[in-house]
Design a binder for this molecule. Structure first.
Ligand SMILES: Cc1cc2nc3c(=O)[nH]c(=O)nc-3n(C[C@H](O)[C@H](O)[C@H](O)COP(=O)(O)OP(=O)(O)OC[C@H]3O[C@@H](n4cnc5c(N)ncnc54)[C@H](O)[C@@H]3O)c2cc1C
Length: 328
């Protein structure tokens, strides 16, 4: 195990863009690398992705491993995982962080199996245990009622997928340079039985939740699916996006991709307006990082009213139209 050195992060790219999660993983990875006195390295897979290496250096990477091929232009998990497993076998990283995005969850699990090591999936915090240098990855468990810290004592690398938005993005430092190491794609070995046919983008309305600085979220208290139309008006007026608790998702009032919480998305907007949401722990797990929380609820005892910066007691069907009127 002593042969394994350095902290790796997977810099996800898709459709010609570097995912914001790469910068978040650089923040988490930098702390681990500094605590271990090791290097921080990023891994780029894709087609024509090498130019992203400069961004990764500027935001903290010391080394960027790049594997480029037209065969990597579109994500196919078998192919990506085989390339990553071969990179791990050759360069032997100590810790390996991937984003817990849809792509990262699939890729991290498959890679861990190919490598024969352990993976903590969907962690929200990573630390180095000062006594033995092990990775301590913490994630919510038992419906969010407990936080479990998971270790991988006997194999390397210790792998972990980290929830998007769990860490701030690493700031860029102009002029910082690093080393690029190219890894050759092997078309006879890096293969898959699955074949990429086409990418179909899901039809979303409004802003991407991960980029919205204002989120107006609705819960069971909306009482009907049409309630989201009212919330959309408020979100549009504030330049924000609509989201939901799990209750309206379960009822089929709104699509799952809008769900905030333990089994949904984690968001960190500047302003989060919760309308008719009680604020159960599983919901709070996804939004408690918001800078300012406004809760609109009939019940002054609802848990969300206790954590809100502004708790508005009242019927959302009175309060939201009044807010819209005032915003005119
Ligand atoms: C393993 C597990 C994972 C989960 N994951 C998630 C998750 O990711 N996200 C999530 O959200 N939940 C999750 N849940 C469910 C969670 O426990 C709650 O059941 C859910 O968050 C409740 O949604 P709600 O607040 O909209 O509904 P409720 O708890 O029913 O609250 C509705 C609120 O609306 C108020 N209200 C009613 N009418 C009005 C009105 N006209 N105006 C103003 N206020 C009104 C009520 O006073 C009440 O406070 C999970 C649960 C489990 C067990």
């Amino acid at each position: 195990m002593k042969d394994f050195k350095n902290v790796w992060i997977f810099a996800q790219t898709q459709h010609g863009k570097l995912s914001p999660t790469a910068y978040e993983l650089l923040t988490a990875g930098r702390q681990l690398a500094d605590d271990l006195g090791e290097k921080l390295c990023a891994v780029l897979l894709g087609h024509n992705v090498q130019p992203f290496a400069q961004d990764l250096f500027a935001c903290g990477a010391d080394i960027v491993y790049v594997c480029e091929s037209p065969a990597l232009e579109n994500y196919v998990d078998d192919i990506y995982a085989k390339v990553l497993a071969d990179m791990v076998a050759q360069y032997k990283p100590n810790k390996f962080l991937l984003p817990a995005t849809n792509l990262g969850r699939s890729l991290s699990a498959k890679t861990a199996v190919f490598v024969g090591t352990g993976l903590t999936a969907d962690a929200t915090e990573v630390k180095i245990n000062k006594e033995d240098g092990q990775l301590h990855a913490t994630r919510p468990t038992f419906g969010g009622n407990l936080m479990a810290t998971i270790t991988c004592a006997h194999t390397r690398p210790e792998m972990c997928s980290l929830r998007p938005m769990s860490y701030e993005k690493a700031p860029a430092k102009a002029g910082k340079k690093g080393e690029i190491i190219s890894f050759a794609f092997n078309p006879t070995k890096h293969t898959s039985l699955a074949k990429f046919l086409e990418f179909i983008k899901s039809e979303g309305t409004g802003l991407d939740l991960s980029e919205a600085s204002v989120i107006v979220a609705g819960g069971r208290g909306l009482g009907k699916p049409e309630g989201f139309e009212l919330l959309k008006k408020l979100a549009d007026r504030l330049g924000g996006a609509v989201a939901a608790s799990r209750a309206p998702v379960d009822k089929g009032w709104i699509d799952y991709r809008y769900q905030i919480g333990l089994t949904g998305r984690t968001v960190k907007p500047k302003l989060y307006i919760a309308c008719g949401i009680s604020g159960q722990i599983q919901h709070m797990a996804g939004m408690s990082g918001a800078d300012v929380i406004v809760a609109i609820n009939k019940d002054p005892q609802a848990p969300i009213m206790q954590v809100a910066n502004y708790a508005v007691q009242g019927d959302l069907y009175d309060v939201v139209p009044a807010m819209l009127e005032a915003l005119k």
